[in-house]
Structure formats: structure tokens, C-alpha cells
Design a protein around this ligand. Structure first.
Ligand code: ATP
Length: 974
């Protein structure tokens, strides 16, 4: 045993090894990787095979035979198997004459059932696995010297990781390089503040939270860049140790699954009682002489219990959920767990970001303003075609003495200096953006003004204070080649851009032409008026400011890691000189207004949450119909001072929140949830992750979202589009409605079987069922009951699970999550329909039998076949009933092709079981005449007529008929 370790290659990381104490380059050598080029892809593949995927649940998948065996694990099936064994034993002791037909048939049915369950479960599992692949997290690595993104599960020890802001760390790794790298490790250490990381080797073994040169799986990069060598993957990581301890790989069942399991249990218990009563009654009325007779009674009871409990339900449920979820993914919404479907259908408030979700995120600058005037910019989109016009004439044709021109150079070039975006012409001639669209708007405007080359010649960037949605501004430090001092030092200048209200706080002076003047209170008001005016026109506003730095000031502001993110860096952004403001259009998405209207119709409120200016936000919210005229917007900072009661008051009334920072999202969710709302919230940044987790449905952006936000979310929008959220909610409701349909169908059909048996045995004498010399007196045989269960249960139920959506799904208010899936009204329906089924079935029996209420002339076998057939047909009719609780079955009768297929299948198999000789032998049936078939059909159809009548009464009594929209929940319009 002791030498097993010598078989492993040296790259197998030793779990006890503390890589924090080893120098970076040495770690790379030891793990057999190149610190610049990473692993070769061939080596990575070998290691993947060797170490297995980088996943936390190391549990092997359940082998097929186990899954099949599990299909027999139901206690009721055990009972049935036991009864079969007893039956075969009795047959053996009585001389083993002929075949033990019943036992064989029942065994076949049980096996067939298990196979169906097995297949369904497998389908559902495949669907879930496919979804998991779609929402897979990716990781940046260098392999063969190329930087690429691979699924995080394929990261191997020795891989060279590339870490960037918003990435989730895919594995434990030792840093080789870091620039301003900060990592949030709360998930691992509980430390809420991000930790600054650097590659410096540590001197001694320290606790996890202090290993500053290591990054760990499951943590998140909140800022900066880094490169690191992977030391551990999968269960070998620190996260893996915790996961092993918590053993949290157990899958939680959804509330829906729990409720259904509960219903199953209650049904199981009551059915066993009923089965015992039926068995007792049969035993009393029958003339039991042999052991075989007794066993037959036993089989009957057990079959009844098995038939009455819908064992197939959980499998059908998860299959229907996963089919629905796959349909959603085709419509650009990736749902990460099945339970979210249910929550989605109940969503009552959708909180959405503005930029990119409600708007197109295609930023075009249209206006520039400075102290001395304004310029308009023509041309749309990212093509640098258009002009900067001052009072109608192109900028560069203006009198060179005009100070406005110089300023605009600074506004547009300044904004571009503080930008990282690039605009690029594609092969098809269209223009596209790499980077932030807001910044691209500056780049394009500068090109339109023809100033790009001049700026590039003059300025070189040397440092940056990054943009965050908390700060709402950013700065760069540039060297100005045109200005050198007497000692030959190049002038360094800080150039900042950001939200005007924020940037104004950092300004003390302003540019006016070539001059710099003090910024008076009146000037500030003027800027605010300019901004308000642009915002009122739905323009996104930014301001540009700058400050020449003193010699040595820049160096002094650098933090230990050479970045400007520290306090000293932030201090550079004070005492700025305001240059001007700009207005950018970001047109609303055309489909968004429609989606908002649909949400409102469905009683769902839409709340806009944005970092933009309140007036801009309000204007766009009005254009989209989120709020009406006269509504107000509340700014994030206003929320800061509020207590819980005030917050609740605000969320009740206000639907537009502007200048919001990520932590405000948490406050808003809490307040809305306290109001009893089911909240969906969008987010894209690392800082949005807590809000995404707290929301009932966290929604991440597939295109612009960070890996961390995608991991925290319940749903990912492939197209970042608001209307996708609404369509997912609609889908959620459709799926939920369909689940109700098949529950109604399955449960009422089962009720019909139980009541038929129960009443049939109890009323045997009045039906003319006794006195035929039969050992066991029962309306249906055990095999027949099981047949009904197999033929009628699964297929139509599944078909109903994929019933196409009806126009009314978005016409009702959201369902409170506390409301049961099967409510009292539904139970009443289930009971009455079950009763009607039993009555018509027993009537069919009575009509054929001599004696009883109606006189007949047939044998017991024949009468039983008629009853059996009537019950099957009644269930097929009931499938049509079950598609709605209040709407007529004839409404949209033919929209579900699968349903009709399953009904046709049910009918054909019933004809077979009645007329094919060997099935007749197996199921104790006799051929029926056409006349008899028609009689059965007529009787069975009563189930349909009765339910139509019931629906008329329900509609007449004003039960909310989903076809008519319920009064719409007024979205806050004030
Ligand atoms: P949403 O939450 O709806 O996506 P948003 O994207 O408009 O909102 P932020 O990106 O946080 O919100 O922007 C907030 C404000 O910060 C903007 O109104 C703008 O004034 C300013 N801003 C946005 N991007 C930049 C940037 N790259 N540099 C400087 N300032 C910016």
C-alpha cells in the first residue's frame, strides 16, 4: 500500500505542500509548465485524463443498472412484487397447472413501467446536463503560448491562468504576476473585504486568508489582472476540502417536487386503507376456497394501491420541467436549476438595468457643451462619418480664434484619452466596438472632429484610476509631449471623465477658451442645467475634466504594486478643471416597450435600476412605458439615509432608481421582498453578485456579464435583452400551468379507478356482480387495473406537459409562491370527475350483467370488458377536460398534436386488448360488439359533458376564467 504514490508523476500536487512558500518560477518548473507559454494543449489533455475534470462533486455518475434498479424501489412496487411471488408460490403448491397468467402479466407490466420510468428519467437528466454545459463557467488560460478561454472544468494542474476583473478563479493557483489584483474570498474565508494579491513569496506557513500570493477556486477577481500557475484542481482545492466536509453535492428537490412527493405520500396512505377495505369486502362477498383465491384477492388489493398512486409523477414532472427549460434556452434564457422555473412563473417584480438591457447599448454622442457654447454632432452609430457642427457649420471651418474649438478639442480628446475602447471596421464594412460603448462614443466623436491624430502624437498614457459603478468616474495620467518644463521634464496631466454630478464635486476650476477660471456657484448651476436639459432628452451625460500634475506628484501617488488605485491615487482626482459635458444617445430596444406592456398586463411590475442620471433614466422609463408622466425617480444616494420602513414606502411607489451603486440593489431587493414580492434582478458586474444571489431570480448578462455574475445568477440572458426576461416569465407560467394540467388529469383518473373498485365491490349486489359462481367478485381484474395505469397514465400526461401556451397565461396576476399547486378547487374537480368516471364505468358493467339495476344478458367477463373499456375511454375524454379548469375543452381543441397522438395510441391499444386473442387471455377480456363499443363510448363521454357543465357553472359563478384578463395590478405610476 505504502508505495502507491510512486506511480504518480511529479506533477501531481502534494496536498500538504504549501506553494505560497515557493518562488513563482520554481512553482512553474515543479509543475512542469512554462511561465510564458503555459502547457501544450497535448499535455493539458493528458493531465485532464489523469486528474479528471476540475469539478467539486467528485461523485461518479450513477451507473445505469442502479438507476434501473431504483425504478423498483417504490414500497408499493415491493408490495406488488411480493404479491406476485406469493401468487406464483400458491400456483406451485396447487400443482403448477398451466401458466400463472396473472403473475406473469403483472410482472411484465411492472417491468414495462420501470423501463418507461428509466427512459424518462434519463431524458430529464440529459436535458439538465445539456443546460449545465450551456451555463458553464469559462477560464482564461495560456496554452501553446496562446491566450484562450476554456471551460473551467478543463483546467488542469500546471495550467497558466489569466485572471481579469470579473473572472471567477477556477482552481487553486500560485501567482506569477499581479497588477492591482484584488480577489473577494468571502466564499472561502468569510472575509468580506477583497484581498490584495501579489506574487511575492511568503516566509512562513500562514492561514488561507493571508496567503496573498495564492488564489483559490470559487473566489472572484474584483479588480486588476494576474497570471498564476494552477496547483490544485477539483476536490483537491481548498474549496474541495470544504465541499467534502459539507458534502453539499446532494441535490435539493424543488418546492414543487416536495409538494408532489407530499401528495403522493398522502395518496399512498389513504389508498392502502381503501385497498384493505376493498380486499376485506371482496373477501366477505366472495366464496374463497383455495389459496389461489386468497392470493387473487391479495393481488387485486395491491394492484389497486399501485394503480391509484401515480408513481410516474416525479419522473414526468422533472421531464416536463427540463423540456420546458430547454425550450427557454432556445429563446435565449438559460435557466440553471429546475426550481427556478417555478419561481420565474411567480415573479411579481422585474428589476432591470437600463443600459444594454432596456436600451441597445449603442452609444452615439450627439452634443458637446462647454462654458462658452455648444456643438452638435451628426451621424449615427459607430461609423466615424458625420460632423461636429457649431451653430450649423463644421467645427474645423470655424474661426481659429474661436475659443470653443480649443475646448472641444479637450472635451472630445480628453474623453478619448480616458478611454480604452476601439472602433473597428469589419470586412463587411460595418463598424464595431471593442470595449465600453460609452467610451467608443468619445472615440467616434473625436474622429468625426478630425482630432485623433493630433491627440495621438501629443499624449502617452502612463497610469489609470479605474472606473467602477460605485465611483461613476475614471481617470488616466498622460504625458503631454507638447509641454516640457525648463528641466526638460514632460508635463504629466490627469484627465478624468465621469458622471457630471460626480465629477463636478471634484472640480474647483473651469476652462474657458484658453483660460482657466474659478468655478463659481453660478457656473455649477449652469452645468447642472445643461445636464438636466440633456438628460430630459433621454441623453446619457458625462463630463470631462483635467489637472496638470506637479512634478513628482504622480510618482508619490503610486501604490506599492505600481497602480493608482490606492488612496494617494484617488487624491490626484481632486481640484480638477472642468472642461465640458457631453450627451450620448442610447436608443431604447424596440421590443422592450412591448415586453414592459406584457409584464404589466400580467400584473408584474417593472423597475428600472440604473447608474445613469435620474432625468435620463426617467425619460427612457417613460418612453418604454415603465412609468407614466409625472412619475419620479429616486437616486441611489437618497436611499442611503432611509430606514426599512421608508425604503418599503419608496419601493411601493417608485419604479425608477438612478445613480444606483450595486449595494443599493441589495437594499431594494430586501425592501421589495419585505413587501411580499417575488423579485427578479439583473446584474453584470462582480459587485452585483450578492444582489443576484439575494434576488428570487438573479439574472446575469450572457454577453456583457462577468463570470462571477453568471455564477451567482439563476438565469443567464444569452442576448442581454429585457424582453427575454419577460418571455422567460411567460414560459415559466406556461410550464407551471401545464404541470397543473397533467396533475389534474392523472389524479382524477386515478380517483376514477379507486372509486370504481371501491364502489363496485361495495355495491356488488346491486350491480348484479354477485352470484356468477366466481371465486373473487370484483368490477375489474388486477391486470386490467394495471393496464389502465400503464396505458392511460404516461402518454397523455406527458403530452399535456408540453401543451402549447395559451394567450391567457399572461392575463392573470402572478401566483403567490405560498399557493399550493393543487388547491381546494382543483381537489374538488378531481374528486367529482373521479366519481363520474366510476359511475359510468359501473353503469356499463351493470347494463351488461343480468340482474342489478339495469337488466343485461352478458357473461361476467364480457361485462367486465365493457366496464374496463368504458373506464379507459373515460380517461381519454378526461385528458381533454384537464387542459383547463374553466375553459371549455373545445376551445383550441386541436392545438396539441402530441395529445391527440397519445389519445389515438390509447384507443388503439384498448381495441387490441379487447380483440387480440393472446391479450384477451392475459387480461381476461372478451371481444365486444360494435354496439357495445358505441355504448361504452357514449357512457365514457359523459365525463366530458359533465365537466363542460361544471366549467360553465364555474365561469358563471365568476371564478376567474383565465380567458378574461384579471384586473391589472397598477404599476406605480406616481
Ligand atoms: P445600468 O445599471 O443601467 O447598466 P449604467 O451602465 O448606465 O447603468 P454605469 O455604467 O454604472 O451605469 O454608469 C453610471 C454613470 O457613470 C453613467 O451615467 C456615466 O455618467 C458614467 N460612466 C459610465 N461609463 C463610464 C466610463 N467608461 N467612464 C467614465 N464614466 C462613465
Amino acid at each position: 500500500m505504502g508505495h502507491a504514490a510512486s506511480f504518480s508523476t511529479p506533477v501531481v500536487a502534494d496536498q500538504e505542500r504549501d506553494w505560497a512558500l515557493v518562488d513563482g518560477p520554481e512553482v512553474a518548473t515543479e509543475l512542469g509548465t512554462d511561465p510564458e507559454h503555459g502547457l501544450s494543449s497535448a499535455e493539458a489533455a493528458t493531465r485532464l485524463a489523469q486528474h479528471g475534470p476540475n469539478e467539486l462533486d467528485a461523485e461518479p455518475p450513477e451507473p445505469a443498472w442502479k438507476r434501473l434498479a431504483r425504478q423498483f424501489s417504490d414500497p408499493l412496487i415491493h408490495l406488488l412484487l411480493a404479491a406476485i411471488v406469493i401468487s406464483v408460490a400458491a400456483w406451485w403448491f396447487e400443482g403448477a397447472q398451466g401458466l400463472p397468467v396473472d403473475a406473469v402479466v403483472i410482472l411484465l407490466i411492472v417491468v414495462a413501467n420501470a423501463i418507461i420510468g428509466y427512459v424518462q428519467e434519463g431524458k430529464a437528466a440529459d436535458a439538465v446536463a445539456a443546460l449545465q454545459r450551456m451555463s458553464e463557467v469559462t477560464a482564461g488560460v495560456v496554452r501553446d503560448g496562446q491566450q484562450l478561454r476554456v471551460p473551467a472544468t478543463e483546467v488542469v494542474p500546471g495550467d497558466l491562468l489569466v485572471l481579469a476583473e470579473g473572472d471567477s478563479v477556477p482552481a487553486d493557483a500560485r501567482l506569477l504576476r499581479a497588477s492591482s489584483l484584488q480577489v473577494a474570498e468571502a466564499s472561502l474565508t468569510g472575509e468580506s473585504q477583497p484581498v490584495t494579491k501579489s506574487p511575492a513569496t511568503l516566509a512562513e506557513h500562514v492561514p488561507l486568508g493571508d496567503r496573498t500570493n495564492m488564489v483559490f477556486k470559487g473566489t472572484a477577481v474584483t479588480q486588476g489582472l494576474g497570471r498564476a500557475v494552477v496547483t490544485e484542481t477539483g476536490m483537491g482545492t481548498e474549496m474541495g476540502h470544504i465541499a467534502r466536509m459539507l458534502n453539499e453535492t446532494e441535490q435539493e428537490s424543488t418546492p414543487l417536487e416536495k409538494e408532489i412527493a407530499g401528495v403522493g405520500k398522502v395518496l399512498g396512505r389513504s389508498v392502502i386503507v381503501i385497498a384493505l377495505v376493498v380486499m376485506g369486502a371482496v373477501a366477505l362477498t366472495s366464496d374463497i376456497r383455495t389459496a389461489q383465491d386468497a392470493v387473487d384477492v391479495l393481488l387485486l388489493g395491491v394492484s389497486l394501491a399501485v394503480a391509484a398512486v401515480p408513481e410516474g409523477l416525479p419522473a414526468i414532472l422533472s421531464l416536463v420541467l427540463s423540456i420546458g427549460v430547454q425550450a427557454m434556452s432556445r429563446r435565449n434564457a438559460i435557466i440553471k436549476s429546475l426550481s427556478s422555473v417555478e419561481t420565474l412563473g411567480s415573479a411579481s417584480v422585474i428589476c432591470s438595468d437600463k443600459t444594454g438591457t432596456l436600451t441597445r447599448n449603442e452609444m452615439t454622442m450627439v452634443r458637446v457643451r462647454s462654458r462658452s457654447g455648444a456643438a452638435e454632432i451628426s451621424g449615427v452609430g459607430y461609423a466615424p462619418e458625420g460632423d461636429v457642427l457649431v451653430e450649423g457649420s463644421p467645427l474645423l471651418e470655424q474661426d481659429p480664434e474661436l475659443d470653443l474649438r480649443e475646448e472641444d478639442i479637450v472635451v472630445l480628446s480628453g474623453g478619448t484619452l480616458a478611454s480604452d475602447a476601439e472602433v473597428r471596421q469589419e470586412e463587411d464594412g460595418s463598424w464595431s466596438v471593442i470595449g465600453d460603448p460609452t467610451e467608443a462614443a468619445f472615440v467616434v466623436a473625436e474622429q468625426k472632429a478630425g482630432l485623433t491624430q493630433r491627440r495621438q502624437e501629443r499624449f502617452t498614457r502612463i497610469g489609470e484610476v479605474p472606473f467602477t459603478s460605485d465611483r461613476k468616474m475614471m481617470s488616466v495620467v498622460v504625458e503631454d509631449a507638447d509641454h516640457t518644463d525648463a528641466e526638460g521634464r514632460v508635463q504629466r496631466t490627469l484627465v478624468a471623465k465621469g458622471a457630471p454630478d460626480v465629477l463636478l464635486e471634484h472640480c474647483t476650476r473651469a476652462r474657458e477658451g484658453e483660460r482657466v477660471v474659478d468655478l463659481t456657484a453660478a457656473d455649477r448651476e449652469q452645468v447642472e442645467r445643461d445636464v438636466a436639459e440633456m438628460s430630459d432628452q433621454a441623453l446619457r451625460t458625462l463630463a470631462v475634466a483635467y489637472r496638470p500634475l506637479e512634478p513628482g506628484e504622480y510618482e508619490a501617488a503610486l501604490a506599492g504594486d505600481g497602480s493608482l488605485d490606492g488612496e494617494a491615487g484617488l487624491a490626484l482626482e481632486e481640484g480638477l478643471i472642468l472642461v465640458g459635458t457631453v450627451g450620448i444617445i442610447d436608443p431604447p430596444r424596440t421590443e422592450a416597450a412591448e415586453a414592459v406592456a406584457e409584464a404589466h398586463r400580467a400584473g408584474i411590475r417593472v423597475v428600472m435600476i440604473t447608474g445613469d442620471h435620474p432625468a435620463t433614466a426617467l425619460r427612457i422609463a417613460q418612453e418604454l412605458g415603465i412609468v407614466g408622466q409625472g412619475a419620479r425617480a429616486v437616486a441611489g444616494p437618497e436611499l442611503d439615509g432611509m430606514d426599512d420602513a421608508q425604503l418599503r414606502e419608496v419601493v411601493r411607489e417608485v419604479s425608477v432608481f438612478a445613480r444606483v451603486a450595486p449595494e443599493h440593489k441589495l437594499q431594494l431587493i430586501a425592501a421589495l421582498q419585505a413587501e411580499g414580492q417575488i423579485v427578479s434582478m439583473t446584474g453584470d458586474g462582480v459587485n452585483d453578485a450578492p444582489a443576484l444571489r439575494k434576488a428570487d431570480i438573479g439574472v446575469a448578462m450572457g454577453v456583457t456579464g462577468t463570470e462571477v455574475s453568471k455564477q451567482a445568477a439563476d438565469m443567464i440572458l444569452v442576448d442581454d435583452n429585457f424582453s427575454t426576461i419577460v418571455s422567460a416569465v411567460r414560459q415559466g407560467r406556461v410550464i407551471f400551468a401545464n404541470i397543473r394540467k397533467f396533475l389534474r388529469y392523472l389524479l382524477s383518473s386515478n380517483m376514477g379507478e379507486v372509486l370504481t373498485m371501491f364502489l363496485g365491490v361495495m355495491l356488488a349486489e346491486y350491480l348484479g356482480l354477485t352470484g356468477h359462481g366466481e371465486a373473487v367478485v370484483a368490477p375489474l381484474l388486477a391486470t386490467q387495473i394495471l393496464w389502465i395505469n400503464l396505458v392511460t397514465d404516461s402518454a397523455p400526461a406527458l403530452a399535456m406537459g408540453i401543451d402549447p401556451e395559451t394567450e391567457d397565461v399572461m392575463a392573470a396576476r402572478p401566483r403567490p409562491l405560498s399557493e399550493r399547486v393543487i388547491n381546494t378547487r382543483m381537489w374538488t374537480g378531481i374528486l367529482t370527475i373521479g366519481l363520474v368516471m366510476a359511475v359510468v364505468t359501473l353503469l356499463a358493467l351493470d347494463m351488461e350483467l343480468p340482474g342489478g339495476l339495469v337488466e343485461g344478458h352478458q357473461s361476467v367477463e364480457n361485462a367486465r370488458t365493457a366496464a374496463f373499456t368504458t373506464l379507459v375511454l373515460a380517461q381519454l375524454f378526461n385528458a381533454l377536460n384537464s387542459r383547463s379548469e374553466t375553459v371549455s375543452a373545445f376551445h383550441r381543441l386541436f392545438t396539441n398534436r402530441w395529445l391527440w397522438l397519445s389519445l389515438a395510441f390509447g384507443l388503439v391499444s384498448q381495441v387490441a386488448v379487447v380483440h387480440v386473442p393472446f391479450l384477451q387471455a392475459a387480461f381476461g377480456t372478451e371481444a365486444l360488439t360494435l354496439d357495445q363499443w358505441l355504448k361504452c363510448l357514449a357512457l365514457a363521454s359523459c365525463v366530458l359533458w359533465f365537466d363542460e357543465l361544471r366549467k360553465v357553472v364555474l365561469r358563471w359563478r365568476g371564478e376567474p376564467a383565465p380567458a378574461e384578463p384579471t384586473p391589472r395590478l397598477e404599476p406605480a405610476l406616481t
